[in-house]
Design a protein around this ligand. Structure first.
Ligand code: ADP
Length: 500
């Protein structure tokens, strides 16, 4: 089909050069202490885009030392909140001025469609930064009543040096979710990007400096998890750790944090989110929404609607239409307009997804669309749909992180609540119905951090996001994210004069 052909055409030359490949420490681009580099790869072709400095524990030490100086002695936590606000606003302006370059870099390094990076993600990064800029001068403490004759103030102070570890599926958005609130609260940051996608964070770090961020306040270290990531998680000079990634790695970093200095940790982890289609659903609309809920971003979303529960009364029609929709999905070069799905991030994920597809077939699910690679090079996978999926199958339990939709059948609301909640994950859920009572019941009964009613993947700077159960600890975005980056100090003094 035309869709598959696009994946085999000559790749489009990205309209951008790679300017920054070194580590960003203390306001300078520098080589790794070891001099080592690693390749970052174009997922369309598996060719090397650039070699990037490979940070390890010595570089994390340098970055933490720079952040410590910036926090303990530098101007950033001491300047007025309004000045910090203005740096973040200027940064947002610079992101917009360089939007095309940033979006192209992100698409090149990650395989996300340019329509998504240029049309939505880069503008959202600017939006998030303006949102957090707005908070910078609105963070204040409290005066609380006490039983005795005491004046009690509660101060909210920045927590210090924040270590942040981000994944490859939304490199720039995760930068914004993490760096935005940390800086708005007056902290210093050491950010470890994912080894698959180091490029965009380095570029925007240079813009943040141009916007007036003092040296050392943001440090970006490219490198691998077990080396640079582990060094950051266990560093004694880091006061807070924020991590987004898989549940398995989340457990490791939490343990490293506990064993070192008990730094508080927020975790945004995996999911196996139900998308529930009720019996009254307009099937065409439900199919489209369920399709997007799963296939968005090549299926590489922690909150992907990866268990499509469909009421038995509309099941057969739904499966037929979901199959037709998947077969129409345009797979191809993410730089080409009209393309809906680019390649998966790397060979490892590509192989893992195809193993899950095989496991679906082996366990007796009905493969109704896709099931194989798309094209002959790069990491493209056909939009894949399984029907007759049962709860105990691996594809219904584990995070596939790829373009593989699993459609399950249910008959009652009680049943779908029980089965939805029978998962170690609790990140998100979608509910598609016109019945207010069913929507309300499900919204309350589902043990998840986000419920989307008749919509999905609606993100906004002000909406808190995070997981129940093994999908995470804490919340990001919105006012909730500020709590992660503030200490609370009670200051108590006697009131001597009874005259008041
Ligand atoms: P994935 O398997 O999808 O790459 P990970 O959770 O392993 O997801 O990766 C998310 C982030 O965590 C990346 O920046 C990665 O380098 C980092 N990471 C991986 N392993 C470790 C580790 N042992 N310690 C700290 N960070 C890690």
């Amino acid at each position: 089909s035309a869709a598959v052909a696009a994946a085999t055409e000559e790749p489009i030359q990205p309209p951008v050069d790679v300017k920054y490949t070194q580590l960003f420490i203390n306001g300078d681009f520098v080589d790794a202490a070891s001099g080592k580099t690693f390749p970052t790869v174009d997922p369309r072709t598996s060719e090397v885009i650039a070699r990037v400095a490979e940070g390890d524990s010595e570089d994390i030490d340098r970055a933490v030392a720079a952040a410590r100086r910036a926090f303990d002695e530098g101007p950033w936590p001491r300047m007025t909140a309004y000045e910090r606000c203005r740096v973040l606003l200027r940064f947002a302006d610079l992101i917009e001025q360089h939007a095309e370059e940033i979006a192209a870099l992100e698409t090149w390094d990650s395989g996300k469609t340019l329509e998504q990076t240029a049309g939505s993600e880069v503008p959202m990064v600017a939006r998030y930064m303006r949102y957090y800029a707005g908070w910078a001068d609105k963070i204040h403490g409290l005066v609380v009543p006490a039983d005795g004759p005491h004046h009690v103030q509660v101060l909210h102070e920045p927590i210090g040096v924040a270590g942040q570890i981000i994944p490859w599926n939304f490199p720039l958005l995760m930068f914004a979710w993490k760096v935005g609130p940390a800086l708005a609260c007056g902290n210093a940051v050491v950010l470890k990007t994912a080894e698959q996608t180091p490029l965009s964070a380095l570029f925007v770090a240079s813009l943040l400096q141009e916007a007036g961020l003092p040296e050392g306040v943001l440090n970006v270290v490219s490198g691998f998890g077990p080396t640079a990531g582990a060094a950051l998680s266990s560093h004694m000079g880091v006061d807070k750790l924020a991590f987004t990634g898989s549940t398995g790695t989340g457990k490791i970093v939490l343990e490293l944090a506990a064993r070192s200095n008990l730094k508080p940790v927020t975790l945004e982890l995996g999911g196996k989110s139900p998308f529930i289609v009720m019996d009254d659903a307009d099937v065409d609309q439900a199919v489209e929404l369920a399709h997007r809920a799963l296939f968005f971003n090549q299926g590489q979303c922690c909150c992907a609607g990866s268990r499509t529960f469909v009421h038995e009364s509309v099941y057969d029609e739904f499966v037929e239409k979901a199959k037709a929709r998947a077969l129409k999905r345009v797979v191809g070069d993410p730089f080409r307009s009209g393309v809906e799905q680019g390649p998966q991030i790397d060979g490892e994920q590509f192989k893992k997804i195809l193993r899950y597809v095989q496991s679906g077939v082996d366990s007796g699910a009905t493969l109704v669309a896709g099931g194989d690679r798309s094209g002959s090079r790069g990491f493209y996978i056909q939009p894949t749909v399984f029907a007759d999926v049962e709860d105990e199958m691996k594809i219904a339990q584990e995070e596939i992180f790829g373009p593989v939709q699993s459609i399950l059948r249910f008959s009652t609301v009680e049943e779908v609540v029980r089965r939805s909640n029978a998962s170690p994950y609790g990140l998100a859920a979608g509910v598609f119905t016109r019945r207010l009572d069913a929507a309300n019941t499900l919204a309350r009964a589902l043990k998840v951090g986000s419920v989307w009613l008749n919509c999905y993947d609606v993100f906004d700077a002000a909406i808190p996001f995070g997981g129940y159960k093994m999908s995470g600890v804490g919340r990001e975005k919105g006012a909730y994210s500020l709590r992660n980056y503030l200490q609370t100090k009670a200051v108590v003094s006697p009131i001597k004069d009874a005259a008041w």
